[in-house]
Write a protein that binds this ligand. Structure first.
Ligand code: FPP
Length: 250
């Protein structure tokens, strides 16, 4: 990469796209306009991530808790996701983007699950960016499903309790074939993970930005990559960053 500030590209960036409602409120617009603008930011971000050479981009599109929003807003969000898949799938496929869905698929009604599965199936052999859409996703639900599947295997005698380890739990999460996120970004000034990738975030760098999601764009994405490149990741060990020569001498 020509720009040395971007020398360390995170393999996996995950984003909590927050602030659509506040973006709209600030302008006296209905919340749904904020979500619609949010989809434009999604398009910019997917392009920016692919251009930067990021391998995995996970977007928190709809949480298992979002069903508690007013029905009209839930329908707006589902409608936008449907429209995104219908309108953008062909282009994403052309761009060699692979789509993966994480979240609970068991209780989804209507056409949304078939659409998401079609997007996954159509793009399964693509080799550029993997776009992971977290839909009906909640981390505690995901971990609970993984633990329940282990418990079933232990109860059936297929597995010994003493063989259960962290790797096995990771292999039963929705993200079993996806590396842990290197960088998690949340927009809108809120500083929490809100049940997003809690297991996978063990060593992720967290970046909280003041901007509302509809204002997020390529420039902010590249700024985030620069901020990531300046971080010192230690994974519980010691720093591997080179020290300035005077510091080494001292
Ligand atoms: C948070 O804003 C955003 C969401 C709950 C959903 C994000 C969804 C999209 C951007 C559109 C569909 C997604 C894809 C991948 C096409 P908020 O409503 O919580 O904002 P607020 O906190 O300001 O009220």
């Amino acid at each position: 990469m020509a720009n040395p500030e971007l020398a360390i590209i995170p393999r996996h960036v995950a984003i909590i796209m927050d602030g659509n409602g506040r973006w709209a409120n600030k302008r006296g617009l209905p919340r749904t306009i904020g979500h619609t603008k949010g989809v434009e930011a999604v398009r910019d971000t997917v392009k920016a991530a692919a251009a930067a050479g990021v391998e995995y981009l996970t977007l928190f599109a709809f949480s298992s808790e979002n069903w508690s929003r007013p029905e009209t807003e839930v329908n707006d969000l589902l409608g936008l996701l449907r429209k995104f898949i219908r309108r953008d799938l062909a282009e994403l496929h052309r761009e060699n983007v692979r789509i993966r869905i994480i979240g609970d698929r068991a209780h989804l009604k209507g056409d949304i699950l078939p659409l998401l599965l079609e997007a996954e199936e159509t793009t399964r052999d693509n080799t550029a960016l993997t776009l992971v859409i977290a839909f009906n996703y909640g981390s505690r639900d995901e971990i609970t499903r993984a633990v329940a599947s282990i418990a079933r295997d232990v109860a059936a005698g297929r597995l010994r309790a003493e063989d259960v380890d962290a790797m096995m739990i990771g292999e039963r999460l929705d993200t079993s074939d996806i590396p842990d996120p290197d960088l998690i970004i949340r927009t809108s000034g809120e500083e929490r993970l809100s049940n997003f990738l809690l297991w996978q975030a063990a060593y992720s760098e967290l970046l909280f930005l003041p901007d509302y999601w509809p204002d997020f764009d390529r420039a902010l994405f590249f700024d985030a990559l620069k901020a990531y490149a300046a971080r010192d990741r230690r994974f519980g060990g010691l720093s591997t960053k080179k020290k300035a020569p005077e510091a080494v001498a001292g």
